[in-house]
Design a protein around this ligand. Structure first.
Ligand code: GLA
Length: 674
């Protein structure tokens, strides 16, 4: 039977062999069944160019296997050793200002440098030939968090080749990039460089195309390693770990198509309650990229970086967070890292075995989580159709959308893609409903509401896709400043949002962002900030108008519903509480129910995961008062039947195998104070 994976990054090369033996004992005590080895081990595996020393790794994987612990084997290519730097100084990354980085940290490589690519392929092949059929191998973890951007000569040559493929002619590039402005017109491919530090504002189309190139270039580097692994005959699944929440160097949809298993590293950005919404966001995104089960490759054990400090994360929260990922399709809960380093750059990062050793609250938490995940084993087996979560609403996720909003000199510097998308997801999370993310062009007919919180630059195919969704009876909700430009960041003239004017039935003649201390009120009681637009109705009707400011009486939120579906436009930014109400209203209109309606607002998060053996209701109690939960099922955490009610303590969890099947009507759950 498939199991839930539990463990984390294991870096035995940092420790003497006596510690390895203790590690095996402690891993067994904690129920660890999976570790990731070799992530940054290049210097230990290939101490000199072409000279390999893998005896220590043979011993490590042998000990793990004897202890019944599986392993992901990483290719160590995120951290080239000093000999590589010395031998290939041209393969070091260059910053936009021309600074060439040197060895001394990690990720010091230029992704397009032939010497780096060759060395990466060689070490991948060496590992694949040596360990490709090891019985303990659970999968390949290629590289680590691709995302090092190089602006040097190798990147320049590769970028020029990429541009030639994309545009075909320099004239087409000039047209797309609007180079007539400021005399940027190119006459030959070799005049085009990566975007580098320049005198004033850089060209936005140039910036976004370079982002697209970097994602493609890193994917090519990944694919070369994957090909080496396959050529060596290994059949273990291949993954690489994406990074959330701030890493935006990859088009994750395109990458996910090439991964056998989608995995992610997720570090919360706040120790406050919003961290719980953040878990849900990261997990929903990754499940959606994967199109089914996925794996949480890293999270932190007991620390959350919070500005200047490392805030403490207690065991209850670590467990709730872990189950928040599993509830949304993760096949386990892995951590960075197993044993806290005694030195080096991340000595103060938390770990499953803290500096204090096994006699500590932290390790007790590790043991508690391991035991708990062991009791949930049956959850891991996905249903035949692979759909682990059923959602009626979807949110568009688009890497280009993020890259566009990073270009300089937009009408408001506060436009931030992840903030916009997270605000919408947060409102849905607070409403207690399941959410999928989708890519442009996906089959969205089954979703009752489709949100496009932000997509400044939009291509024609996306416009057609959205139009078809509405024509098919869907309810589309579009956020401000969406559809105003084409895929080359060129503004569509004639009124905003140029490409979506017809679909939305509005024509905007002025963007009127607000000052930081300004807000506006709407006639439905909502408050908005940062952004207003002068909207003319050309087929839509107003659903909310401004009651104050220069635009008083004019539409702020509109809806076109003269066809089979609805196309709604928010020409402002609702503050979170107002957005929450707006979203809750839409859900009610479409009869989209919370997973457990009685739980909304109580602090109890309810998520339903579908499995081969039925459906599982995950109850994660973030609130501070115990609750009595009653419904048909059996709590896998305590073994208790839930029909007569169970108490979920403040901070605690329950995972109920529901009596009704995963495809029948959702069972009814009652909630009351305990
Ligand atoms: C990333 C890396 C790890 C480690 C952690 C620390 O996710 O993959 O190697 O550096 O961050 O937060």
């Amino acid at each position: 039977m498939t199991t839930l994976l539990f463990g984390g990054d294991y870096n035995p090369e940092q420790w003497p062999r006596e510690v390895w033996a203790e590690d095996m004992t402690l891993m067994r005590r904690a129920g660890v069944n999976t570790v990731t080895v070799g992530v940054f081990s290049w210097a230990s595996l290939e101490p000199r160019e072409g000279e390999y020393d893998a005896g220590w790794l043979d011993d490590v994987v042998g000990m793990l296997h004897d202890a019944g612990i599986g392993f992901f084997l990483a290719t160590p290519t995120a951290s080239p050793p000093p000999w590589f730097t010395r031998a290939h100084p041209d393969a070091m990354p260059v910053r936009p200002d021309g600074t060439r980085l040197t060895h001394g940290s990690r990720d010091t490589y230029a992704i397009s440098a032939p010497a780096y690519r060759d060395a990466a392929r060689r070490i991948a092949r060496f590992l694949a030939e040596r360990y490709g059929d090891h019985p303990g191998l659970r999968g390949w973890h290629v590289h680590n968090e691709y995302g090092t951007i190089d602006h040097g000569p190798h990147a320049e040559a590769a970028f020029q080749r990429w541009l030639q493929r994309r545009f075909g002619s320099v004239e087409a590039l000039n047209d797309a990039w609007y180079t007539a402005f400021w005399s940027q017109r190119y006459d030959a491919w070799d005049q085009v460089t990566p975007p580098r530090t320049t005198q004033y504002l850089a060209n936005p189309a140039h910036a976004v195309d370079f982002k697209r190139f970097c994602s493609d270039e890193m994917l090519a580097a990944f694919t070369e390693q994957k090909d080496e692994i396959l050529a060596a005959g290994s059949t273990a699944p291949v993954t690489t770990n994406f990074m959330l929440p701030t890493w935006n160097h990859l088009d994750q949809w395109a990458w996910s198509d090439r991964l056998d298993l989608v995995s992610v590293d997720h570090y919360l950005d706040t120790p406050g309650p919003d961290g719980e919404a953040h878990v849900a966001y990261g997990a929903d995104l990754t499940r959606s990229w994967a199109g089914g089960p996925w794996l949480l490759m890293e999270q932190s054990a007991s620390g959350i970086r919070d500005g200047a400090r490392l805030a403490h994360k207690d065991t209850d929260r670590m467990i709730r967070n872990s189950l928040g990922y599993v509830a949304r399709g993760s096949q386990g809960s892995l951590f960075f890292q197993w044993r806290a380093s005694a030195g080096g750059s991340e000595a103060w990062h938390s770990a499953l075995v803290p500096h204090a050793g096994p006699d500590s609250e932290g390790f007790a938490g590790t043991v508690e989580l391991g035991a708990l995940l062991g009791r949930l084993e049956e959850v891991a087996e996905p249903p035949a159709d692979g759909r682990v979560v059923d959602a009626d609403v979807a949110v568009l996720w688009d890497a280009d959308g993020w890259w566009s909003l990073e270009t300089p000199h937009l009408p408001h510097d506060g436009l931030d893609y992840a903030t916009e998308v997270r605000a919408t997801h947060r409102a849905l999370w607070r409403a207690g409903v399941a959410v999928d993310f989708v890519r442009s062009g996906a089959d969205v007919a089954r979703y009752r509401v489709l949100f496009v919180p932000s997509l400044m630059a939009t291509d024609a195919a996306t416009v057609t896709w959205l139009t078809q969704y509405v024509a098919g009876g869907g309810h589309l909700v579009v956020g401000r400043f969406t559809g105003v430009a084409d895929e080359h960041q060129r503004v569509v003239a004639g009124g905003y949002p140029g490409l979506l004017r017809d679909l939305l039935g509005v024509r905007v003649t002025e963007l009127r962002p607000l000052a930081d201390d300004e807000t506006r009120r709407l006639n439905d009681g909502a408050t908005c900030d940062q952004w207003t637009e002068r909207v003319h109705l050309t087929g839509a009707r107003a659903v909310a108008t401004y009651t104050d400011g220069e635009l008083a009486g004019l539409p702020a939120v509109t809806r076109r519903d003269d066809g089979p579906g609805v196309a709604a436009d928010g020409a402002t930014r609702l503050v979170q509480e107002s957005l929450d109400r707006f979203v809750a209203g839409l859900l009610a209109e479409h009869g989209v129910q919370a997973v457990v309606p009685a739980a909304v607002g109580t602090g109890l998060e309810a998520v339903r995961r579908r499995g081969a053996h039925g459906s599982y209701l995950f109850l994660l109690h973030h609130g501070d008062r115990p609750l009595r939960v009653t419904g048909p099922g059996h709590d896998l955490v305590t073994g208790a039947a839930t029909d007569g009610g169970i108490t979920v303590r403040a901070g605690g969890v329950a995972v109920v195998r529901e009596t009704a099947g995963s495809d029948g009507p959702a069972p009814h759950w009652l909630l009351e104070p305990a």
